[in-house]
Design a protein around this ligand. Structure first.
Ligand code: UDX
Length: 434
């Protein structure tokens, strides 16, 4: 199959490279000439484990190409994927669809012969209808079908998530698209991955409902963590105890500083807006959004409490800034709320992150960025773990203690065992554990 991917962000680049690895002929298109030049030279615009070798392998095999020129590839394509960004619109939290609409118009002008136009971007219910209308208006003669095929990949595990997904969802209103989509995902069919065919609006909603449910699950366990602290219980045991019930499941029950990233905050907000506009409010998700926002800010008070309530003039070492490990992504990272809140309480901050510092420098003024974890601990009154990078699990805590002015550790990801850390002479606070 000839596949075109419009947009080389996280979803577009990973999906494009994986479709090429499935044996399809893939062209990735982006307006950003610098990005395309970089990709041609083997430079990845994002940090994602394994992506560089996957791209190199498929470029070498002649199955994957990068260009800023859409015309030729779109004309030859069996399927054109729209994988451009859908950021939150300033002010109202609705998804900003201007890039999606622009891509639809561009596709309309170029398609030749029956073409399946697929949205991989996360788009509000009804966007497929809009794309269809845009193309139909510009090209009344065009032969095409618009399909919704949401992507569920997680950053840091993106390639594996694409190639071994729990399911593939395909929303279509035109049966001509079915054999094309089936052929595209043939290797997954052979894997016995469930492929759910449904209508387009339902598919669009599945993506939002899935992300909102996961965000709600995390928020639920975070509130249980606070309750555990208040009543003297252990949230990890609570998570295990409820997670063993197959109806609940044990995943996404790690308490922490609140969810962040490029999807959950944006998609929960967009779902709230869509539902409100449709006259069918989703109050659980409204509350999830509010609870999560408040939580991120409240983490500063937790750090203050660990040093008897006073952070004025104190030095806080911070380990981890990205919204989760194995990414350089700072979008809606909890650190962006926590660090300014610590500064507002009078703290000086020295921080380290393995991949996020380049981006964090622009986002976190007044922070002293350090070259490694020990340098972040050096002279600190309290050390806070915000992101659970593996290297922080393997710290030489004896060394950390001797470096710090006072040995206080606040572990917002529960990566250490309280007894172990306390035995080493630390004062230790974590999330939802007495
Ligand atoms: C998410 C969805 O998992 C994915 O299916 C969708 O396509 C995009 O959004 P991603 O944002 O890459 O993926 O990261 P994810 O691993 O889901 O984590 C999101 C946030 O939730 C992170 O801030 C993470 O730290 C937090 N989280 C996750 C928790 O606090 N506890 C958990 O148990 C799980």
């Amino acid at each position: 199959m000839h596949v075109v991917m419009i947009g080389t962000g996280y979803v577009g680049l990973v999906s494009g490279a994986c479709f090429a690895d499935f044996g399809h002929q893939v062209t990735c298109i982006d307006k950003d000439a610098g990005k395309i030049e970089g990709l041609k030279a083997g430079r990845m615009p994002i940090y994602e484990p394994g992506l560089d070798t996957l791209v190199a392998r498929n470029v070498q095999a002649g199955r994957l190409a990068f260009t800023t020129e859409a015309a030729e590839a779109v004309r030859a394509a069996d399927a054109v994927f729209i994988a451009v960004g859908t950021p939150s619109r300033r002010g109202d939290g609705h998804a900003d669809l201007s890039y999606v609409h622009a891509a639809a118009a561009e596709i309309a002008d170029l398609i030749d012969g029956f073409t399946v136009v697929v949205t991989k971007s996360t788009v509000p219910v009804g966007t497929g209808d809009e794309i269809e209308a845009i193309i139909r208006e510009r090209r009344p003669d065009a032969e095409f079908a618009v399909v919704s095929n949401p992507e569920f990949l997680r950053e840091g595990a993106a390639i594996d998530d694409f190639k071994r997904p729990d399911r593939v969802v395909v929303g279509l209103n035109d049966e001509r698209a079915r054999p094309v989509m089936t052929e595209l995902y043939r290797p997954l069919f052979l894997n016995e991955t469930p492929i759910q065919f449904t209508d387009r609006r339902t598919s669009e909603l599945i993506k939002y409902a899935g992300n909102a449910f996961l965000a709600m699950k995390i928020t639920f366990i975070n509130e249980m963590a606070d309750l555990c602290e208040a009543v003297g219980a252990d949230v990890q045991q609570v998570a295990k105890g409820i997670g063993l019930d197959k109806r609940i499941g044990g995943k996404f029950l790690n308490a922490g500083p609140g969810y962040g990233g490029s999807c959950f905050p944006k998609d929960t907000l967009a779902l709230v807006r869509t539902a409100t506009d449709a006259g069918s409010p989703v109050r659980l998700i409204e509350t999830t959004v509010a609870v999560n926002d408040a939580r991120k800010k409240a983490m500063a008070a937790k750090v203050a409490a660990a040093v008897d309530g006073d952070l004025a003039g104190r030095t806080v070492g911070v380990l981890g800034l990205t919204f989760k490990p194995n990414t350089d992504d700072m979008r809606d990272a909890p650190s962006l709320d926590i660090l300014p809140a610590l500064q507002a309480l009078g703290a000086r901050i020295q921080a380290f992150d393995p991949e996020g510092v380049a981006e964090a420098r622009h986002l976190l003024p007044g922070v002293d960025f350090r070259p490694d974890a020990y340098a972040a601990a050096d002279g600190a009154d309290v050390l806070v773990i915000i992101t659970e990078w593996d290297q922080f699990r393997a710290l030489d805590l004896e060394r950390v203690r001797t470096l710090m002015r006072t040995p206080v550790l606040v572990d917002l990801r529960n990566i250490y065992k309280p007894a172990d850390v306390r035995a080493l002479g630390f004062r230790y606070a974590s999330v939802g554990r007495a």
